[in-house]
Each structure stands twice: as C-alpha cells, then as structure tokens.
Design a protein around this ligand. Structure first.
Ligand SMILES: [Zn+2]
Length: 255
C-alpha cells in the first residue's frame, strides 16, 4: 500500500472533525450579505470572536492568492481588478478549501459569499453533503449613495498581514495615509476606484435580487431545526459606530 498523500491526510482530518466534533458541537454557518462597502468585513471581524466562529472572506482569500502569485490567483486576478464576478467554480474551490480547514471547528461567518444564486445553491449542496446547513443570511442594507461614498473614502493598509481598513471621514488614521496598527502606508484598492465601483454596484444590483428571493423562500426547517432566512439590518450612513452596527446584527441573529 502506498503512503497516504497529503490530500488524503487532510481528508481524514476533516472527516474526523465532521464525525467527532460537528456531531456533538453543532457548527454554525452564517453569511453576511450586502453591497460592496456595506461593512461586511468590519461586522464579520467583530462578530466572529463574539460568537466563537471563524471569519472567512472569499474576497480576502482570493486577494491573498493573487498577492502570492499562485495559479489560482492568476486565474481570478483580471476579474477581481475590473470589479467583475469571479467564476462560480473558482470561488467554490477556495471556499471548500477554507471550510475544510482545521480552524473551522465551531463554524464560520462568511463575508461576501455567496454573490450569486448559483453560488447559494452550491453552498447549500456543499453544507448538506456534510450534514450541516446555513443558519442565517444577514443582509446589511445601505442606500446606493451611501455605498458609493463609503467605497470611495475607503483606504486599506498595504500590509497584507494587517489589512485594516479606514474611512477618510468617519474612521481616519491618526497620521494621514499611515496605518495606526502597523505603520504601513495606506492604499486605495484597485476595486475601490471609481470605474470599478460603478461596475461592482451594477453587478451587485443584478445578482443580489434573485439571491434575496432565494433565501426568503428558504424558510424551511433544516436538519438542525433551524430556519434559514434573510434578516435585514438597516444601516444608516451616519451609524458608523462599529459597536452599534454589531449590536443590530447580534439582535437579528437572536431573532
Ligand atoms: Zn496595518
């Protein structure tokens, strides 16, 4: 018999997690939705430790692959920079890899996924093949004008390990263009530039409507006795306080 490959060991480890961890401590799968710039990343980052969950941003994972120049990164680079959607099969590939990682024991908050109806269906299938299900889709609702303002004012730390984001008006760095946390220069992400913003919003408008309908219709009780449904959280633009938005999301989750 041949030595088991690394892939086989990863499969075995994941099988052990599913069988011995997930069966007794049910993992929670929650997704945060909303237009580009709605603050999904910020909310997910704050929410994950509070609920004891991991945070997975497919966007951040793909940007990391691009940064590292992997084959996968090369495949998604163009679409990402232009603000277009990355093909579903590629997003699913990175998502599945992430969800199988050992740190996802207690469950995960997905941020920026699913983007399309097809991805939502694929996610349901994937989770169901593992005997688990999506618990809730939380929708951060902002007006389009607010989204545009947020995106164009957003600056991101150029240090990939930090990646903190700032808002020039509501959450500026202490020293202009320098990250408070790590001292690296702040940059404007390519997809936060005006031409990309327009494309991203148009894509969001087209793709999000059927997605919302899908989750609203998905009020069926799944195996765990949980109803998956859309919870709408309205975020007024003046409500920039992270704690306040977080409190609204927690309330929606407990609803
Ligand atoms: Zn930084």
């Amino acid at each position: 018999m041949k030595n088991p490959s690394v892939g086989t060991l990863a499969d075995l480890r994941f099988w052990l997690v599913r069988t011995f961890v997930w069966r007794f401590a049910k993992p929670r799968f929650i997704t945060l939705m909303g237009g580009p710039g709605a603050g999904k990343g910020t909310v997910a980052t704050g929410l994950a430790p509070e609920l004891g969950l991991s945070h997975a941003s497919t966007g951040a994972l793909m940007r990391k692959e691009i940064e590292e120049g992997t084959d996968f990164g090369m495949q998604v680079k163009d679409a990402m920079a232009k603000g277009n959607l990355v093909p579903d099969h590629l997003v699913m590939q990175i998502l599945e890899r992430t969800l199988r990682a050992p740190q996802i024991k207690g469950g995960v908050i997905l941020d920026g996924f699913p983007r399309t109806l097809e991805q939502a269906v694929m996610l349901d299938r994937l989770l169901s093949s593992w005997g688990v299900a999506l618990e809730k889709a939380i929708w951060l609702e902002l007006t389009e004008a607010d989204l545009i303002e947020r995106l164009s004012m957003r600056r991101t730390c150029s240090n990939k390990k930090c990646g903190r984001t700032y808002h020039l008006k509501f959450d500026p760095p202490k020293v202009a263009d320098i990250c408070d946390d790590c001292g690296s220069p702040l940059i404007q992400r390519d997809d936060d530039k005006p031409s990309s913003i327009r494309t991203r919003l148009a894509t969001y408008r087209t793709e999000s409507a059927p997605l919302r309908t899908y989750y609203q219709a998905a009020r069926k009780v799944n195996k765990r006795g949980i109803k998956c449904s859309v919870m709408k959280v309205v975020v007024p633009n003046n409500l920039m306080n992270k704690k306040q938005v977080l409190a609204k999301v927690v309330a929606a989750l407990n609803d």
